[in-house]
Write a protein that binds this ligand. Sequence first.
Ligand SMILES: [Zn+2]
Length: 109
Amino acid sequence: MTAPGSAPDTWRELARLMTASLPDLADPDAARIVADLTPAARGRIRAHLTAYPDALVSGASAAPRSVQALITTLANHGVTGVRAPACLRCGRVRPLRRAVPGGRVCLGC
Ligand SMILES: [Zn+2]
């Protein structure tokens, strides 16, 4: 078991990227959520938040599945301010599975 103080730098960086746009998210909660992610998800989310620092609050459809899942997790934790991405075509908030130029669309589109 990894103690919070000894979390890898990349985990701490990811937690910082999350709390930067979510002032409501406490550092220990961010650290716990990061620890629960798979290594692949941590890498993808870190890359996306580095490129799009507001991805958790913008509702932009470009968010990859791992970021969509993180937004759901944050919302389930009662974190205010998170905004699930809306379909690029129909604007509905649903799982966005298909990448198209400019973002992602839902299955119905
Ligand atoms: Zn749609």
